[in-house]
Design a protein around this ligand. Structure first.
Ligand code: GCU
Length: 615
């Protein structure tokens, strides 16, 4: 099956998410005012700013129900000095945005609830007909957004961007942006109530005011056609009052200029050839500047051209067989124990992966910030990305499915122009039940409709042959619709001991590429003992030494992303003086120090790289 490139599908989507949201645009190319920095905050564990004592929403459409008042926290100053004031942003503490609240305040370490943010700012539009949008890179888990006392809308989902048009709603001075963020877990949520990662709450990603001309480039797609001709088909979607107009597509580095015309719906399609283009690959992550012009709008991005496909059990990048030398990664900076939010932190983490010898990273278990894929494009690191359909989800709940589909749509819309991304993953360690399989097959179909140019997978589970515990079977109806068969296995940690690896026989009855999406063991960095002593570096290193040859016996093995690059915080990991709230499966400790197992895997990847070069 042949997949293409650069980017994207032709299925432009308008995101029917929270109220008043407008479709996402390529924010990093349009920011005019960063709203990052110190925001005043009010901790509101009983949601007093959101509901009255009868639990009626202050911002409900039917104002009469809640006495017609806006939330207490809408930053209004009482006209009458005798009025009771109990919440005052001006007298409240502040936190950094972007950033989770848990790692910024001891009091908020375990906090799960509502926290109100307030940012004041001045703004003068560039021109009378310009349009302004408030863009949030993400907020965990739900966000209600108010500007100058008026509700803009709401977003649910902790890891994907959202935005609201604010044209005509801004003041030259003294704008008040108030955001309610609540990170409480819900059984119907995505993820559900149980995860092996820290439930970091807050405005965890950049907040930016974007500006565009009245008619602007809302989205675009470029798709390299199969075959040696390097032929490209593409489309641009305009939004605004003057949709039917000329569109110019340029790749200055290749001396390519293409003219197209958008129809009444704002859609322009075009084709061109890419003679002499250097394809993007880990060894040479060639990026080209893409410039899209439509009337007064000009959008510029760096893009790479590559193909990704499967043929039988092979993964082919630009037509050549590939072995994915990977590692898994949470969106966390272990050196400060909080959500990673910046390009610098993306470089730190992906740099450590490159030092390990990786050409591939699994961004677990939710969409990471936008910098990760952009830095991976620059560094030449292939990516598996996923939505947090994790462990236990309400498979029968239509709202849960809609939430999962929306998060996936927002992820694909944001990142489908990133050459580094090759795999969209549907789920992690979910049970083989009819409702779950129907849920995930529907999600996979939606993904393929949005983006037929990339591979689809999911981290599935292993089952033991009831007649022989040493025979491990990977068999899942979901594998009928995935391009790659991926699974997590913990032989030697959760199942038996590392010495069992030599006895294992694998049954993976698919003529498809196999990726081991997880394996590993905990080790406290600096704790040394015999290889049989759990939580020692020696035990972890021995597990890697014994696991790698066991996995190489799988004939369809085409990659792996062991669990995990760095130790990470988890409320489920409590062993005193060993875990202390950290999952210790990292190859790098929370102090940035490499464990013995890091070097075991590094040596294995050096061999795999040499084998690939020799092919
Ligand atoms: C699971 C799960 C991870 C978890 C890991 C572990 O496979 O996918 O999220 O952290 O195992 O138990 O450490």
């Amino acid at each position: 099956m042949k997949y293409l490139l650069l980017t994207t599908a032709f299925a432009f989507t308008s995101l029917a998410t929270g109220r008043a949201e407008t479709p996402l645009m390529h924010a990093s190319a349009r920011g005019v005012l960063s709203l990052n920095g110190r925001w005043q905050v009010i901790v509101d564990p009983y949601d007093n700013g959101y509901v009255n004592y009868r639990l009626e929403r202050f911002d409900a459409a039917d104002k009469s129900a809640a006495g017609g008042k806006g939330g207490y926290f809408l930053d209004h100053k009482p006209a009458d000095p005798s009025e009771l004031v109990e919440y005052d942003f001006d007298r409240s503490p502040s936190l950094n945005v972007p950033g989770d609240w848990n790692s910024q305040s001891e009091r908020l370490y375990y906090y799960e609830g509502t926290l109100w943010y307030r940012r004041q700012f001045d703004f003068a539009p560039r021109s009378a007909d310009a349009r302004q949008f408030l863009h949030f890179g993400g907020a965990n888990y739900e966000a209600d957004v108010y500007l100058n006392g008026t509700k803009l809308g709401r977003h649910v989902g902790g890891f994907t961007p959202f935005q609201f048009e604010v044209t005509g709603k801004l003041r030259a001075a003294g704008n008040s942006l108030v955001v309610r963020v609540n990170n409480q877990r819900h059984p119907e949520g995505v993820p559900g109530v149980n995860t092996d990662w820290w439930n970091y709450g807050g405005l965890t990603r950049d907040v930016t005011l974007l500006e565009t001309p009245a008619t602007y480039v809302r989205d675009y797609a470029l798709q390299l056609q199969p075959g040696p001709e390097h032929h490209v088909r593409g489309s641009v979607q305009l939004a605004g009052p003057a949709k039917a107009q000329a569109v110019r597509i340029e790749l200055p580095g290749l001396n390519i200029v293409v003219a197209a015309v958008a129809d009444a719906s704002g859609l322009a399609t075009f084709e061109f050839s890419l003679p002499g283009a250097e394809l993007w690959a880990p060894e040479h992550p060639r990026l080209y500047e893409l410039v899209l012009t439509a009337g007064a709008d000009r959008l510029s991005e760096m893009v790479g051209f590559r193909t990704i496909e499967t043929r039988g059990s092979e993964i082919l990048l630009n037509g050549r067989p590939l072995f994915l030398r990977g590692i898994s990664l949470h969106e966390e900076n272990p050196l400060r124990g909080g959500r990673a939010t910046t390009a610098a932190e993306a470089r730190l983490l992906l740099g450590w992966a490159r030092d390990l010898g990786c050409n591939y990273v699994r961004l677990a278990h939710y969409p990471h910030n936008e910098y990760m894929a952009r830095v991976a494009d620059e560094m030449g690191i292939l990516l598996w990305v996923e939505v947090p359909v994790y462990w236990t989800i309400q498979w029968d709940n239509p709202a849960t499915y809609a939430n999962a589909e929306n998060q996936l749509t927002e992820l694909i819309t944001r990142d489908r122009n990133r050459a580094s991304i090759i795999i969209w993953s549907m789920a992690n360690e979910t049970p083989i039940l009819p409702a779950r399989t129907a849920f995930l097959k529907k999600l996979a179909a939606h993904t393929r409709e949005l983006d037929p140019t990339r591979l689809i997978s999911a981290a599935m589970e292993v089952h033991a042959d009831p007649m022989d515990p040493n025979t491990k079977i990977v068999e899942d109806p979901l594998a009928e619709v995935t391009d790659v068969v991926s699974f997590n296995q913990y032989i030697g940690w959760y199942v038996g001991v590392p010495d069992d690896c030599t006895k294992i026989h694998w049954v993976v009855p698919y003529n498809k590429p196999v990726i081991i999406s997880e394996f590993g063991a905990d080790a406290l960095q600096g704790f040394h003992a015999s290889r049989l002593t759990r939580f020692s570096e020696e035990f972890q290193a021995d597990l890697y030494r014994q696991t790698l040859p066991m996995l190489e016996k799988i004939p369809q093995l085409r990659g792996m992303s062991p669990w995990i690059l760095c130790d990470f915080r988890s409320p489920r990991r409590a062993l005193p003086n060993i875990q202390d709230g950290w999952n210790r499966k990292g190859l790098i400790g929370e102090n940035g120090t490499r464990k013995q197992a890091f070097f075991v895997l590094q040596e294995f990847y050096a061999r795999k790289a040499a084998e690939a070069d020799a092919r």
